[in-house]
Design a protein around this ligand. Structure first.
Ligand SMILES: [Zn+2]
Length: 359
């Protein structure tokens, strides 16, 4: 009985303290569902929990020292007959542009209070309280990965309450999820690369997959990646894990290498996984690809093509499963509703690219 108590008490104290310090007067006007949100929320009990969560999120503490961008979150759930209002918020590191995000903070707090299984079962919405405009975009790639692990995401609603006019905008989380099985399958000749170059890229990715560090990564999730830039260079990388679980994602790694050589404009990224499987590309890695594809957009270049390669597998009887298969998509399509530095600070990205990679 001793074990879970300190964390729970600590959090309750924290939440109460924050609420005391930051509590605001109740809004003069009640929250109102935007027209488009009404078809997603028809149950008055759910509506009441959403409005309650938005009031609670307004008081959530945040610490965005670098971005100055507050993300205040909350949810209201009923667990074992008791209603819990739980808050979360973003906070950033000093110096390094790294952050704990509002959604991950919130779900971590829910798990602290009710445990992982009830959290997965009972969290049906995440509410964001904003002093700005509700943009309608999705979470970052990493938050998508975490929410797909910790929630019943197929039914999850993402709620944004706009403080300025108290309108509440709601989207299904699932609209920002694109499974690899939905990436269109293409013939090699439809990829748009000379056959020899495509083969070179695939071989580079396969060789990369033989390396990396996979002490904790399951074999079917270990990926090898190769990137072709507009200069004709090929870079390669594999995933790498460690005991602190600060995974080095392979697409992020290959793009970082290209950037190290000021080779910022990428044509294609090829991903290989375990033989006989469609490689699974995390949403966090899609975010890295999306960010780089936005550099292409700045120069009027086509978006990066993300190409998944399913290698044939040798069966126990020695025969081969069907020959190599390709799926192809853009990062923009694989990460709908995404944001990048190019959307937040377009002039800064223009200037950066002009300095590092003059035309
Ligand atoms: Zn995030």
């Amino acid at each position: 009985m001793k074990r879970p108590l300190p964390a729970l008490v600590g959090l309750t104290v924290l939440v109460t303290t924050l609420a005391c310090q930051r509590a605001q007067a109740p809004p003069d006007e009640p929250w109102q569902l935007a027209e488009s949100a009404r078809e997603l929320v028809t149950d008055p009990e759910l509506e009441a929990r959403i409005f309650k969560a938005l009031d609670a999120a307004a008081a959530a503490g945040t610490d965005p020292g670098i971005s100055k961008y507050d993300v205040r979150t909350s949810t209201v759930i009923e667990h074992q007959g008791v209603e819990h209002t739980i808050i979360g918020g973003n906070s950033e590191y000093a110096g390094y542009p790294e952050a704990i995000h509002g959604e991950t903070s919130l779900m971590n707090h829910v798990i602290n209070i009710v445990g992982p299984e009830p959290a997965r079962r009972e969290v049906d919405f995440i509410a964001f309280h904003t002093e700005r405009q509700c943009g309608g975009g999705g979470s970052c790639g990493d938050c998508r990965d975490y929410l797909m692990t910790t929630t019943k995401w197929q039914d999850l609603l993402m709620v944004c309450g706009q403080a300025s006019d108290h309108t509440v905008h709601i989207h299904r989380f699932a609209k920002w999820v694109v499974p690899e099985s939905e990436f269109p399958e293409v013939a090699p000749e439809a990829i748009g690369l000379p056959p020899q170059q495509l083969e070179e890229l695939v071989q580079a990715a396969l060789e990369a997959r033989a390396g990396g560090v996979s002490l904790f990564t399951p074999a079917e999730e270990h990926l090898g990646v190769a990137a072709l830039t507009t200069t004709g260079e090929i870079y390669r990388a594999a995933g790498a894990d460690d005991a602190a679980f600060h995974y080095r994602y392979p697409i992020g790694a290959v793009l970082q290498q290209a950037a190290t050589y000021r080779d910022y404009f990428v044509q294609a990224v090829v991903v290989t996984g375990a033989p006989g499987t469609t490689p699974r590309v995390s949403y966090r890695d899609r975010q890295y690809g999306y960010e780089f594809s936005s550099f292409n957009g700045k120069r009027g270049l086509p978006p990066i093509q993300l190409i998944l390669v399913e290698e044939s597998r040798t069966r126990v009887d020695g025969s081969e499963s069907p020959a190599r298969r390709y799926r192809m998509i853009t990062f923009e399509e694989a990460l709908p509703g995404a944001f990048s530095a190019a959307s937040f600070m377009p002039e800064a990205v223009d200037q950066f690219l002009e300095e590092r990679a003059p035309r």
